[in-house]
Design a protein around this ligand. Sequence first.
Ligand SMILES: *[C@@H]1O[C@H](CO)[C@@H](O)[C@H](O)[C@H]1NC(C)=O
Ligand SMILES: *[C@@H]1O[C@H](CO)[C@@H](O)[C@H](O)[C@H]1NC(C)=O
Ligand SMILES: [Fe+2]
Length: 434
Amino acid sequence: MKNFSLFLSFTFLFLCPFLSQADVPELSREPPRPIVFVPHDGSKSDPQQVHVSLAGKDHMRVTYITEDKKVESVVEYGKQPGKYDRKTTGESTSYKYFFYHSGKIHHVKIGPLEPNTTYYYMCGCNGPEFSFKTPPSSFPVEFAIVGDLGQTEWTAATLAQIKSQDYDVFLLPGDLSYADTNQPLWDSFGRLVEPLASKRPWMVTQGNHEIEFFPIIEHTTFKSYNSRWLMPYTESLSESNLYYSFDVAGVHTVMLGSYTDFDCDSDQYQWLQADLAKVDRKTTPWVIVLLHAPWYNTNEAHEGEGESMREAMESLLFNARVDVVFAGHVHAYERFKRVYNNKADQCGPIHITIGDGGNREGLATSFKKPPSPLSVFRESSFGHGRLKVIDGKRAHWSWHRNNDSNTLLADEVWLESLSSSSSCWSSSQSHDEL
Ligand SMILES: *[C@@H]1O[C@H](CO)[C@@H](O)[C@H](O)[C@H]1NC(C)=O
Ligand SMILES: *[C@@H]1O[C@H](CO)[C@@H](O)[C@H](O)[C@H]1NC(C)=O
Ligand SMILES: [Fe+2]
């Protein structure tokens, strides 16, 4: 038997010399591709790097950057192109990093807005018109999800795939620009994602590439990330931009920080406990969590890096009957069974690693052998995921592998929310008591 499989592998290696690590043998694995640098081709007062994010009930935050510091933090908007019947003034910030001085970073919170509605807007009374669509207030709702995005030609391919099929909200579980202290790359990243991020809310959490600590020169961590990617943390009663939550239709989404304190006396832990206790599964039947370093991972890359956070926080998520945990960090795709404490558990979350956006470091190609019985599907290819929540009970998860100019549905599964699983809500685990 052993000899036979050895024989098969040798035959396979011989026939397909480039596919030796493949779990799915019909596709060759993508090598890293070069960085795409997107220049600013407007004037100093033209808004650039425009992106929108959810900012509490019925509100959105519009973020844009101008090189000209005299441009005001103002967004004009309305439901018809060119007709702006509303105008809101926001705030601005900027930062220095070694010799680099950022542009003026404007954050303008607008609303109240109607759900599932297109708004046209202009930033800083200048430049082109943009438009976004607000998410629906009820099911169905669709999320596009991918981490470790970077800004290579593969990133551009992933973004093109995401754009080609509509979605309501984009979720990014950490590692955005891979600027890695080279600040102009943050600006380039902002310009690369603008065609998507100005049209649909982009909700992000941070990865190790956002830390940007530099010995002697820069001791403030997450400086660029926090200045540019302001998320609704005050709106969700968090003290830090590094962890927060929000509701979309009937989905409560929690963004956690893998690189800030998470032990039981930390602010993050206390906040998470309080946030989960407030969840009403009648209003938000689905609860999903995003974080960067996976708690479950059978890739040799980053093995065990999420372990101390898992030990600290897994029981909180389990007791709250979280449905799915999405992670990045490992540059591959992997889907697990419902798990808790390293064992299959029908009341635990499904864990999914989706760190395959297309960054410059390339793919994590070595999965441990033999495969863990907890791991259902794993593959090292670039791509992105989609979570389409149909109603309070059913959702469809799919993983779309990049395939040159098109995309290929490579993994899919129907999920049922734990809110509708009566066996997971014994009287001692009623969510009123969490
Ligand atoms: C959102 O609007 C579109 C058309 O504009 C409609 O087809 C769809 O049903 C709406 N979705 C919800 C959840 O209301
Ligand atoms: C993948 O892309 C190639 C080249 O565009 C195409 O020939 C092939 O049919 C695609 N595969 C699938 C399964 O779509
Ligand atoms: Fe990472």
